[in-house]
Design a protein around this ligand. Sequence first.
Ligand code: ZN
Length: 424
Amino acid sequence: MKFLFADTADTVDPAFDFERTRSPRQRRVHDDDHYPHEHLIRAPYDGILLSRAAFSDHRRSGKYGAARSMRFRREGARTFLRYPEAEFPGSIVMGDCGAFSYRDADAPLYTVDDTLSFYADGGFTHGCSVDHLIFDFFTDNREPSEEARRRQEITLTLAADFYRTSVALGKRFTPMGAIQGWSPASMADAAVDLVKMGYRSLALGGMARSPTDDIELALKAINERLGASKVAIHVLGFGKVEDAPRLKRLGVTSFDTTSPLLRAFKDDRQNYFYADGNRLGHYTAVRIPQAADDRHARASAKARTVGQEELIRLERIALGAVRAYASGEGELEQTVDRIIDYVSVVLWKDKKSEKSNTAEFAKLRSIYLRSLGERPWERCDCRVCHELGVEALIFRSTNHNKRRGFHNLAVFHSLLKSQAKVSP
Ligand SMILES: [Zn+2]
């Protein structure tokens, strides 16, 4: 099963100064920065999914601004992402229309023709047909809404047109038929229609926020209806990375997500991955926010009464203690106490009672004792942990946090590969 990274324009600055927590002044955004596959020793995924919604055009602005979007069309995805086929043989560059971004519109934002020309300019190896998102998902046999039916019809009509027109892109391009439906049975019907059109590769859409149990029901229904037809099935936006083996058992050949990267800074607790035998384990990164960043001070009345100078002093002591502990000086308990001295000021929550704040910091203390005590950065062979050591486990600047996200991608990808060896 292949894991595709859904690109979100997240890069790190390789020249970032961790002592001073800042980038060099001459840094050029994007040009000097590193994508995960450039930064790590091995690419932490089998391909990249790029959504049209990430690029700006006359319709809307995306994460990649107008100038960079034009450059993308001119250079193609491989050059733009610095992801050449020669260096990453067999890797996939998949495109989709980002149906979520126009979910409230009456019809898809893009046409079949302009989508195919986007895929052609980008030099994509795989591209999904133009689809319109259906939000309903019923496991009983209730009637769908008129809107759900209408959206499935739009999706299938466009898919038929897309398949016919995609022939112009030649054999190096794999057209993927997007499945949209409101129930397992309606998704299975759509899959059968798509295979009749000629598709050998399908993409299950609209389930990015669904529980794994619902996705399993949809896949089972699709498998039953397709029978012996040989098709590849991709699940779009599957974020529960721990459940990936369950998809594999149902014949899924690939899926995409940004989740391992995002979890590094969006998840309060499970934000540093490690391989726990054949499963995914988690540690909690140690929060040492930047005192100079007054977002934190503003958030806490305690920080305001303590004052900026004292905050910076406590921050320096906490950081120094963690770094000293990692290098073999200093005791674990005292190190964690110095962290709690600082965070109990800067992360104090005014809206909560003193009692619940105190309880929260006591909990953090025991969590940090585990994170630092087990020294997971010393067991990881990714570049982030190798170069940065304990810094990879510090929740601090964007460059700290995204690097930890890169580490998470590497851990997740190698776990997926080793599971494949155990159960081919
Ligand atoms: Zn690592």
